[in-house]
Design a protein around this ligand. Sequence first.
Ligand code: PMP
Length: 285
Amino acid sequence: MSRIAYVNGRYLPLASASINIEDRGFQFSDGVYEVCEVRAGQLIDERRHMARLEYSLSELRIAMPMAPASLSIVLHEVARRNRVRWGIVYLQITRGVSHRDHAFPPAGTAPTVVVTARNLDAAAADRMATEGVAVISVPENRWERVDIKSVSLLPNVLAKQAAREQGAREAWFIDKQGYVTEGSSSNAWIVTRNGTVVTRQFDHGILRGITRTVVLDIIAAEGLKVDVRAFTLEEAHAAREAFITSASQIVLPVVKINGRAVGDGTPGPVAMALRRDFHNHAETS
Ligand code: PMP
């Protein structure tokens, strides 16, 4: 089946879908994105993803290109046309097409809107969760506004590649004080020896993951001990459990950090329970 992309008002075969080479996304990474999980054909936590999208756009002073209700129809339509049952919808909005100049283009330049969707292998993801994944650490080298979900992801790309080359699934950024900020495409968590779940507080230094928000809701609902604060790499090494969260991976147990086993080296019960319970707390639409 050929895949379909939405580009600026049209649904096109992916192979012939294109944008102008003077698009500011291409020229300057001047744009934002969202990734929403699709499960049994429905979007997961669309409302929260759309709220974060509007936040990213407004922080960068890019206009919301269409009414939220229309955008919602497009997201569902792209998922439907690609027959996505278990997978993701990807949305990218850039500051539009204009002659190359670093400063903003003329007022009224239309933002570019691209939406794609694809199936993921749900069984393979579950297998990965059952086995757990390895992470490495890399120095934090991103700008100070990673709370904005910008497509400017070069440090994240290099970090993820470093992880791959070392046989790991994810790379955790470590700031100058030795604290873990987040993964290259996920939020980072540990469970301490006394059973407290720890994840970094939201500020400009991490992306406010939608999965992170829902997991914090589950933790509150289930009465688990939680501490929303930064943790160091040393604390992570000494932790009973570690895990990562993102819309495309939900909760994924971490069993190795920089080659050293976390806890007993197998996925922890807290991470697995959070993964199991996630969709009872997430919203579907
Ligand atoms: N941090 C970064 C840097 C990410 O790219 C992602 C995934 N988009 C996350 C955290 C997790 O966010 P979410 O749970 O909304 O997917």
